[in-house]
Design a protein around this ligand. Structure first.
Ligand code: GUN
Length: 298
């Protein structure tokens, strides 16, 4: 039986970062400084600390300026909002990202919506969500944007295909569905309450798994020849590697799904590297739009 084509998100993301680095150069030549991304980390959540470190490293690799704000876990909402107000007003900051989740005393929606939409490189602000939903230019959430680029790279036109997105979060599921609709797919958003999820998924030419449950989507959910995009990054015990060891796995049961799919993203090395590359791209787009520099489309 033919095995699925493995979609190499790492290689794809490296090419994208090169493109963004060239855009950063164009912007620097026009405005006299590198595009700048400010990242805010509140508290010491270990997974968030790793993400933030990766973001900062990749930002400088792409020839952009990285600004880092680390605040204690006890930070109150007013303090965070005043930092955001300062960065909104600072002409030398092009993109603002507040790493989620935030400590319980802080209202995430209030924080996200305090970031000026022009600098909202996460694309989470209600204005950017609304622009996307109405088909207008916006900053698009990085993970679904990365998935879309992988799908276009794999399939070319997506027009008329049946797409099923499993997961309805504001960060991935909903914007992913909007992007696929914009590509003229027939889109279904499925979730934990969907009846007969396997049958719904088995109708998908494009299956995007963003449920946050390790290896839940097995081969039984996959239509033969479908393109499967696995957004999940789950850390699960791996006793076969020794006591107390872990491994990373997706929301898709890779072995059984790959036996049916036409193409599939691995974990790690699939969607993950695309997310940061798209964050850098959004930073370049945000700078270019604010200063009216032309950098073209991707
Ligand atoms: N936490 C997990 N994913 C994300 C993301 O894409 N953006 C932000 N800001 N926080 C996250």
């Amino acid at each position: 039986m033919a095995q699925a084509n493995v979609i190499d998100g790492k290689a794809f993301s490296e090419k994208l970062v090169q493109t963004v680095a060239a855009e950063a150069k164009t912007i620097k030549a026009a405005i006299g400084r590198e595009p700048a991304l400010a990242v805010v980390l509140v508290g010491e959540d270990p997974a968030s600390a790793v993400y933030v470190r990766n973001k900062i490293e990749r930002t400088t690799t792409a020839g952009m300026c990285s600004i880092e704000h680390r605040l204690p876990a006890t930070t109150d909402q007013a303090t965070l909002l005043s930092l955001i107000a300062e960065m909104n007003a600072d002409d030398t900051v092009d993109g603002i990202l507040v790493q989620l989740p935030l400590p319980d005393q802080i209202d995430e929606d209030a924080v996200i919506n305090a970031i000026t939409p022009e600098k909202d490189v996460d694309g989470f602000h209600v204005v950017n969500a609304g622009l996307l939903a109405t088909g207008q230019d916006s900053l698009v959430p990085c993970t679904p944007y990365g998935c879309l680029l992988l799908l276009r790279g794999q399939l070319g036109s997506l027009s008329g295909l049946n797409a099923v997105v499993v997961g309805r979060s504001n960060i991935v599921g909903k914007p992913m569905a909007q992007l696929l609709l914009r590509e003229s797919c027939t889109v279904t958003i499925a979730h934990s309450r969907t009846k007969d999820l396997a049958a719904v998924c088995a109708n998908a030419d494009i299956l995007v798994a963003a449920v946050g449950r390790p290896e839940m989507i097995t081969g039984d959910y996959v239509k033969r020849g479908a393109t499967v995009i696995d957004v999940g990054i789950n850390r699960v015990p791996a006793p076969e590697r020794g006591e107390g060891k872990f491994r990373l796995t997706g929301d898709v049961d890779y072995v059984s799904a790959a036996a049916k799919a036409g193409a599939i993203t691995p974990v790690p090395g699939g969607v993950g590297p695309m997310t940061i590359a798209c964050l850098l791209r959004n930073t370049a787009v945000a700078a270019a739009r604010r200063f009216k520099v032309s950098i073209g489309d991707i």
